[in-house]
Design a protein around this ligand. Structure first.
Ligand SMILES: C[C@@](CO)(OP(=O)(O)O)[C@H](O)COP(=O)(O)OP(=O)(O)OC[C@H]1O[C@@H](n2ccc(N)nc2=O)[C@H](O)[C@@H]1O
Ligand SMILES: Nc1ncnc2c1ncn2[C@@H]1O[C@H](COP(=O)(O)OP(=O)(O)O)[C@@H](O)[C@H]1O
Length: 283
């Protein structure tokens, strides 16, 4: 095996519930949310270079090279660790952008963990998660790799063990901007905090849903269609919509019916991210 080259998964996440408790002085919102991973995601390949250059070879439509979260993560880690090595990066991107399934944040976390390994930095998870938070509110949970109840803006994480059903995820063909939803005057911002642990069953509301469905009829349509078969929920600020099933066969059956008209996929929920399972297997 080539010690200078590595291919790692970059999984999606779901928000099984999302409550907005208030708005901080800096404009960010205090949340309570439950994160679970999907065994479904992008794949990123890294190859070490010794000239210090950081280069992402895969082009993203609408995202310039230096704005890509993969490049930003690599540059920050290089600067903060003082590492003189560089990296070539390629990504096989299947996660929709602006779908609320955390593709950008996950790519950033996979980059941090992959480079920590290849550049042999020896950073622990706390340090990587702290750097990750400066890239996006969802990066720390992907760095830690365990399903979690999250508070603050998503950085205070308590590991949890929700059921791991098979999910049907529908992908309405619209990209929802997180900033746009959080700046809507009609957004619910005063949900009382949940104090009971674990989060009581049935407490699965997403406070972003009314604002998102009012702005995006495509999301409302997906919720209505999936809602004929199971409880249909919105993840994050959307656009993706999901519902759980006890077996792959049942999820596949519903998915086959719905994906005649909509885009979507089936994936297993997972409390340990597939990134961390792969990294574990390398040790
Ligand atoms: C709300 C969640 C739930 O998972 O939505 P999704 O983006 O996954 O849909 C996330 O925490 C989002 O995290 P992330 O996508 O990393 O957001 P960021 O880039 O940090 O923030 C984008 C913008 O959204 C607003 N924002 C974001 C998070 C937050 N807790 N309060 C906010 O008000 C801010 O205006 C910020 O400038
Ligand atoms: N590597 C990346 N993958 C996806 N999006 C990225 C990436 N780098 C930067 N972005 C930007 O971040 C935005 C949010 O992306 P993403 O994390 O996929 O959405 P969400 O948080 O809704 O799941 C994208 O619309 C894109 O402009």
């Amino acid at each position: 095996m080539d010690a200078n080259r590595l291919t790692l998964p970059s999984p999606a996440k779901l928000n099984l519930m999302l409550h907005i408790l208030g708005r901080r002085e800096d404009g960010y919102h205090e949340l309570q949310t439950l994160f679970q991973f999907l065994d479904y995601g992008d794949e990123i390949t890294f190859a070490v270079r010794d000239d210090g250059v950081i280069r992402l070879h895969t082009e993203f439509e609408g995202v310039p090279h230096d704005s890509n979260l993969i490049v930003k993560a690599a540059k920050k880690l290089q600067a903060q660790s003082g590492c003189s090595l560089g990296i070539d990066i390629w990504i096989d991107k299947i996660l929709p952008m602006g779908g609320g399934i955390g593709g950008g944040s996950s790519n950033a976390a996979t980059t941090l963990l992959g480079l920590n390994h290849l550049w042999q930095l020896g950073w622990d998870a706390d340090r990587l998660a702290t750097l990750g938070l400066t890239l996006g509110a969802d990066v720390p949970v992907f760095v830690r790799g365990h399903a979690a109840f999250a508070e603050g803006v998503g950085e205070k994480l308590t590991p949890v063990e929700p059921e791991e059903p098979w999910y049907v995820v529908l992908v309405p063909q619209v990209s929802v901007s997180t900033a746009e939803i959080f700046s809507d005057p009609l957004l619910t911002r005063n949900t009382p905090p949940i104090k009971v642990r674990p989060v009581p069953k049935g407490n699965s509301r997403n406070d972003c849903l009314p604002v998102v469905t009012r702005r995006y009829p495509e999301v409302r349509n997906a919720l209505n269609l999936l809602g004929k078969f199971t409880e249909a929920k919105l993840t994050g600020t959307g656009s993706c919509v999901f519902g759980g099933f006890p077996s792959k066969a049942e999820a596949d059956k519903v998915s086959a019916l719905l994906t005649e008209t909509l885009t979507g996929f089936v994936a297993k929920g997972s409390n340990i991210s597939m990134l961390h399972r792969k990294l574990q297997s390398l040790l």
